[in-house]
Write a protein that binds this ligand. Sequence first.
Ligand SMILES: Cc1cc2nc3c(=O)[nH]c(=O)nc-3n(C[C@H](O)[C@H](O)[C@H](O)COP(=O)(O)OP(=O)(O)OC[C@H]3O[C@@H](n4cnc5c(N)ncnc54)[C@H](O)[C@@H]3O)c2cc1C
Length: 328
Amino acid sequence: MDFNFSFDSLQTLSSESTVTKVTNDAIFECVIIGGGPAAMTAAVYMMRKGVSAALVTENFGGQVIETSGIENYMGYRYIEGAQLAMKFREQVRQFSIAITENTAVIRIESGNPHSIFLSSGMKIYGKTVIIASGKSWRKLGVPGEKEFTGKGVAYCTICDAPLFKDRDVIVVGGGNSGVESAIDLARVASHVTLIQNLDALTADEILKKTISTFKNVTFLFKYTVDSIHGDSAVRSVRVRSIDDNSEKDISVSGIFVEIGLVPNSSFADSVARNVSGEITINARCETNVHGIFAAGDVTDVPFKQIIIAAGEGAKAALSAYEYIVRGN
Ligand SMILES: Cc1cc2nc3c(=O)[nH]c(=O)nc-3n(C[C@H](O)[C@H](O)[C@H](O)COP(=O)(O)OP(=O)(O)OC[C@H]3O[C@@H](n4cnc5c(N)ncnc54)[C@H](O)[C@@H]3O)c2cc1C
């Protein structure tokens, strides 16, 4: 039987406003960190159990909003990422869960309850915590990158390639994402320069074969990006040869950084992580710290997919619920 309750408690706030404030020093049975499929699924499970919960996230949708079309999430033959994220969001907001958007968790201090420090300066407490903060694009870390993000520096080809129609662009990265990105861009841009720090592409053979068919793509092997320059937008990129350290400037309107994703786990330094920074969990989504659970792409669970993240979010919530009910 499927009951669809809406719970009200002292800690929960109206589901009508996205930017609801979580009161400083509020104590929740569960604090969920993130706004992607893992966190939103965990939120639905927690609210249906009648748990007092807060969801703290930088945005709603996570990586899903950066995906143009999805064909492998059950129930939909095809759905746009933004649409699926909106459906998740609506499903969460039918419950009176306390939600804080545009807010990052900057630190967790384990204890009983655990203390969660927010970028807004507030501190809240959770008897349990579910970390579902996913992954973000790996940055180059060079001068100009931050300044020109959104003004020519891009991380999502699916989202931004059309903006560079008939322009010259650079793609950084010779793995699968970099080569896929260069192929997509070669169809719209005037010219693509692919920069790879190694002496060859590391992408799959099929992608290498496809990219070799484009006449408007050139490769710079054993080069790195030094800095990004421009005024109101990117105008040029300075690259450096690994072999002889020589520099050259390439005039472009855009630079796509396709060097992988990194887990958003730096704020969770009290829990065990693997060498890649992924939070290590067991089959019940438990971390090494009692009462702290993790789910989705931020964890060491293999295969990063929406359906897997959602399933892991459900599992983390059920494990956290058991922990709350057991009282330890
Ligand atoms: C371009 C692209 C295409 C993809 N295509 C598909 C596809 O077709 N099918 C498929 O199944 N999967 C696809 N994926 C993978 C899929 O999107 C991810 O596996 C999934 O979104 C992971 O969900 P998550 O909830 O674990 O993390 P994320 O989606 O990464 O969400 C993490 C959330 O946590 C928030 N957050 C991060 N740090 C903090 C913090 N410190 N404090 C508070 N909040 C924080 C973020 O703002 C975000 O809301 C694609 C991914 C990309 C990048």
